[in-house]
Structure formats: structure tokens, C-alpha cells
Design a protein around this ligand. Structure first.
Ligand code: F6R
Length: 589
């Protein structure tokens, strides 16, 4: 993870770096630092904590600089381990993990070199300094050839004070012109502006930046001609627009996101040959992590019920180290908001090696996954700033349900209607505000449980993940029918239990589990589309969501759970947008 940024140009670098780092803070916020050069001297400011900690460095003088916001992997959270790292005349920032760092470090220690941090990144600075013979680009290329693992690097040498060199291997990097010079960053948001021309670096590529020129190279040293990427400034807009937190704002954006994602799927589908692939599809494997994995589980219930095609859903980190059986006629769907999740990418690479056709459901344009996939089904969530996924989950569901509808059509089956969800989501958000009255039962609880059957179980898993990641309250999502097989032992008086009940045929069975929990003292909350359950004595409070085809209900039933997690987090004094220990883009394996 980590976010990196660099600038060389006419303007003062420090404010550009700091503003860019605020945009990249979603990638990690354990520590932060910038290095700025005025051509003669280099000044470095590093602090633990968030970008705001280096606000005082805005006044540093110099028109070249690099910056970094860290999500710790190698070494604790302290100033020594914060980037930029310097060795001799070399200073760099790094995003990624160098797998052979220990081995390389041992060799360097034996040569008498002294390290000032525990990071793998500092090892790269040593390699480059040792390889430097008057040409920074060659030294970076030579050093990168010795690295195993992933890296996005921006490197500066005091002997060539108007130049930055960048390298990419399995960690994202965008390079271009803008802000009166040349810019580089982990993503567009940190450097995009109206007249910028931006390029995306591929694995194994290098870039050399000066105020007036940008050159791209392969590791062979050959120059590359690259085409600029198209970007929409509005999409990168991350204004809070009067909201206190991004997470709350992003939940309110769900209705629009559902409409746009559905529209986009139709466009994608009409214009692609993907239809032919669907004709031959007999099995589907879905690969994803975290919330995206939960949207995969929801998709499985929909695709199997509607299309009668078997679907397996895999946690990407497990799939990538397995020996999967992918017979012919298998379609692999990889789901990822960021398109940069290292485990998902590794799993897709494995599936590709096994000959599978890959469709990627991705939110972020030009992300690594979009370049690996045979077809990209873009979700239209727009930029999601809060670390906890909300609108991107609903967008993934809408795209995957649209996919199920399209697959059904190809297979000659009928799908329930996906119309009206924008309106229903709007209504659900307004009805779900009442979960604020549930919060006192959760704030002081030891643990909480979310239960459901079928698609409601998938929603339960997501509701539980949301609550635990931003409120730090232990919680479990469970198949309602499984409760009595063990977990019921954990239910004590006042333990909050949230039941999700949206499918008529199995509603009573979920309610049986509710009765069992209630009899042991649990406080019961309900998310349902059946009014008759809301008034029951056992139920402390409920949200009655609009009726919809049950197979698509997670699009709506997840909303009150997202809001419950948000309000509980705020009540516990947490920052829901930046939960501890987490980052938005998980580019480590
Ligand atoms: C939870 C959350 C994570 C992500 C997971 C995968 O709120 O956001 O669980 O869903 O890290 O990320 P992407 O979708 O970017 O691959």
C-alpha cells in the first residue's frame, strides 16, 4: 500500500506534495514524510501519523521533491521507518514489498554499510547508491534488476538535482506533466488537474522526469512511446460537500451509483464480444477479497438461481496458492474496487495461466486488474474515499446482477426485474436513519451478531465486516441455521443480534433462529421487507426496506447495516473514514 508523489518544475514543491499526499492518505496513514531540494540542499521532514502532521513543512523552499504516506509492512511505526529514505546522495520513496530485502541487506551489512531503518525500502536506496556512476536512470535500472517483489519508486540523486527517476513493478504509478512541471504519484487523484497529460506506467517500465521532459524506458534501456490516459476530473473529486465524513456521503451516493452502474453495464455489454463468451460459459469462479468477496457471494446466489450455472466463490488469497480445477467453459470473474489488490491480481494471474477467460468487475480506471482482464465490467461508484467500502459494494452488486440478467438472456432464462432500484435505495437510506436509535445497544456491547439465510447470509457477512472494521467491535456474520450448532453459546443477555429477512420461503426459518437467540437474552434488531415481523415482541427495533425480488435484496438490505456501522463508529469516537491498521488499496500479499 502506501502512497507516493513526486514533483519537479517551476513551482514550490512542498505544497504540491502535501496536497497530493492528502489525496493518497487512503493508501495508508501510519507515517508521512517529504524531501524537498532547492538544487543545493535537501530538506527532509518525517512524522508518525497523518499528513496533517507535516503541515508545518509547507514552507520548505525548493522546486523538486518527493513524498510518502505509509502503511507499515517492514518495521514499526516510527520516524526512522518513515519515508523518504536516504543513503549517501540517493533519496527515495517506495510503495510495495521487496521479498529478497533481508538477503540483500545481509550482503550490504557485510560490506560495512550502515542502515538507519528496519525497512526493505532503505535497502533499495543502498543498492542505487552503490550502483551510481553518474547516471541515476542506469543505477535505478541496475538495482531494480536485483529486486524480487513489488515496487513503485521515485528516486532523486543530489548529483542530478533537476531529475526524478521512477520505476514500477506490481505497484501503481502515474506519471505526467502538470502543475508547471512533471508529476508522479500512486494515482491520478494526487496530480490530476485540467491541463495535465498523464501516463500510466506498466510493470517493468521506468520514467525519467525533468521540468520540461518525460522519457519512458523498458528495462533493456529502449525508449517507449506511451499514450496519455483519459481522465475525468469530476470523477476524482473528493470534496466532503458539507458532510462530516466521506463514508456517510458515499452511502448517500448509492442511488446514483446504482443507476450509473446499470447503464454502464448495458453499454459495455452491447459493445463487446463478451456475449459470445457467455454463450460458452458453463461454470463460473469468482475471485475477490473482503467486501468484494461478499459481493461475489451475493452474485453466486443470484447467478445460480437465475441462470442455473454453478458458481464457486474464492477468497483470492486462498485461490492463488491452490491448485484450482478450471475446466473448459469456465469464466473467472475478479471483483475489486481498487483493481490493485495484490491477492486478487495474483489469483487472476494463476487463472490466466490455466487458460481461463477473465472478466474483471472494477471501479478504478487504468488499474492493474483492468490491464490483466480479457473484459472489464466497470462499476460506476466514482471515487470512494472512506476506507470501508459502501457505495462500491452496492455498485458491484448492480453490475453483477446486470451480468446475471444478461447471462440469463443468453441462456434463454428469465430474470426478475432490476428496475426501480435507484428509487428504492433512496427510500431505504431515509428509512435506515432510524438505526441511530440502535446504536446505544451496540456501543458498549462485547460483541454483535448478524444472521440470515441465502442472500441474507451474504448481507450478514458484509454487515458484520463493516461493523468490526470501523467500530472495532468484535462481530460475526452467520448463517442463521448454523447459530444453534455452536455460536449460540456466545449469546448472553443484551448481546445485539441483527437478523436480515428478505425471502418469504425461508423467512420463518430465520425467525426461528431469532427466537432461539431472544430466549437466551439477545437484543434483536431486524432488517426486513415483511411488516408483520417488525411488530413482534422479540424485536427491539427494525428497518422495513422496500420490497424487491429477494435475489437482488442485498443491494438494499446492506444499506441499514452500513449506516449502523457508521453511527456506531462515530459514537465510539472513531474516525470511520480511516480505521486503524487498514488502508483502502491493499497492494501487499
Ligand atoms: C472493507 C473493504 C475491504 C476491501 C478489500 C478488497 O470495507 O473495503 O475488505 O473490500 O480490501 O479491496 P478491493 O475491492 O479494492 O479489491
Amino acid at each position: 500500500m502506501c502512497g507516493i508523489v513526486g514533483y519537479v518544475g517551476k513551482r514550490q514543491a512542498a505544497p504540491i506534495l502535501i496536497d497530493g499526499l492528502y489525496q493518497l492518505e487512503y493508501r495508508g496513514y501510519d507515517s508521512v514524510g517529504i524531501a524537498v531540494s532547492d538544487g543545493n540542499s535537501l530538506e527532509i521532514v518525517k512524522k508518525t501519523g497523518r499528513v496533517r502532521e507535516i503541515e508545518g513543512a509547507r514552507g520548505l523552499r525548493g522546486t523538486l521533491g518527493i513524498g510518502h504516506t505509509r502503511w507499515a509492512t517492514h518495521g514499526g511505526i516510527n520516524v526512522e521507518n518513515a519515508h523518504p529514505h536516504t543513503y549517501q546522495r540517493i533519496t527515495l520513496v517506495h510503495n510495495g514489498i521487496i521479498e529478497n530485502a533481508q538477503k540483500l541487506k545481509q550482503d550490504l551489512l557485510q560490506r560495512g554499510e550502515i542502515f538507519s531503518s528496519e525497512t526493505d525500502s532503505e535497502v533499495i536506496a543502498h543498492l542505487i547508491a552503490d550502483a551510481y556512476r553518474g547516471d541515476l536512470l542506469s543505477a535505478v535500472m541496475e538495482s531494480c534488476a536485483r529486486l524480487d517483489g513489488s515496487y513503485a519508486l521515485v528516486v532523486f540523486c543530489e548529483d542530478e538535482p533537476r531529475k526524478l527517476v521512477c520505476a514500477r513493478m506490481r505497484s501503481p504509478l502515474v506519471v505526467g506533466t502538470g502543475k508547471g512541471g512533471a508529476v508522479v504519484a500512486s494515482d491520478l487523484s494526487a496530480v490530476a488537474e485540467k491541463d495535465a497529460t498523464l501516463y500510466s506506467l506498466n510493470d517493468g517500465e521506468f520514467a525519467q522526469l525533468s521540468e520540461t521532459e518525460i522519457d519512458f524506458y523498458r528495462s533493456s534501456g529502449d525508449k517507449i512511446n506511451k499514450f496519455p490516459i483519459a481522465f475525468d476530473l469530476e470523477e476524482g473529486n473528493s470534496d466532503l460537500k458539507g458532510y462530516r465524513h466521506y463514508m456517510r456521503k458515499e452511502i448517500d451516493e448509492i442511488p446514483d451509483v446504482l443507476r450509473l452502474s446499470r447503464q454502464k453495464f448495458d453499454e459495455n455489454f452491447r459493445n463487446s464480444d463478451f456475449c459470445k463468451v457467455l454463450c460458452q460459459t458453463e461454470y463460473i469462479h469468482i475471485i475477490a477479497c473482503g467486501t468484494a468477496y461478499h459481493s461475489g457471494l451475493c452474485a453466486k446466489t443470484a447467478i445460480e438461481r437465475i441462470c442455473r450455472i454453478p458458481v464457486e466463490v474464492h477468497v483470492a488469497s486462498e485461490f492463488r496458492d491452490s491448485d484450482p480445477i478450471l475446466q473448459s467453459g469456465t469464466l473467472v470473474i475478479a471483483i475489486s474496487q481498487s483493481g490493485e489488490t495484490a491477492d486478487t491480481i495474483a489469483a487472476v494471474r494463476l487463472a490466466k495461466r490455466k487458460g481461463a477467460y477473465i472478466a474483471a468487475v472494477v471501479n478504478v480506471k487504468y488499474s492493474s486488474l483492468t490491464r490483466l482482464a480479457d473484459t472489464v465490467l466497470y462499476t460506476q461508484a466514482g471515487r470512494e474515499v472512506a476506507v470501508a467500502a459502501t457505495k462500491s459494494f452496492n455498485a458491484q452488486l448492480m453490475t453483477l446482477y446486470s451480468f446475471a440478467e444478461a447471462l440469463a438472456a443468453v441462456k434463454g432464462r428469465r430474470a426478475p426485474s432490476l428496475n426501480g432500484f435507484e428509487r428504492k435505495a433512496l427510500r431505504t437510506i431515509s428509512l435506515s436513519e432510524s438505526v441511530q436509535s440502535w446504536v446505544p445497544y451496540f456501543v458498549g456491547a462485547k460483541s454483535a451478531y448478524f444472521i440470515g439465510r441465502g442472500e441474507d447470509m451474504c448481507t450478514a457477512l458484509e454487515g458484520s465486516l463493516k461493523l468490526k472494521e470501523i467500530s472495532y467491535l468484535p462481530s460475526e456474520g452467520y448463517a442463521a441455521g448454523e447459530l444453534k450448532h455452536g455460536t449460540l453459546a456466545l449469546i448472553e443477555p443484551y448481546t445485539p443480534v441483527v437478523a436480515i429477512v428478505t425471502r418469504r420461503e425461508i423467512a420463518q426459518k430465520t425467525m426461528n433462529a431469532v427466537h432461539e437467540a431472544y430466549s437466551r437474552g439477545a437484543t434483536i434488531f431486524l432488517v426486513t421487507c415483511f411488516e408483520e415481523y417488525c411488530g413482534m415482541d422479540e424485536v427491539k427495533a427494525s428497518v422495513l426496506i422496500p420490497k424487491c425480488p429477494p435475489v437482488f435484496s442485498p443491494v438494499l438490505s446492506a444499506i441499514p447495516l452500513q449506516l449502523l456501522a457508521y453511527y456506531t463508529s462515530v459514537a465510539r469516537g472513531n474516525d470511520p473514514d480511516k480505521p486503524r491498521n487498514l488502508a483502502k488499496s491493499v497492494t501487499v500479499e
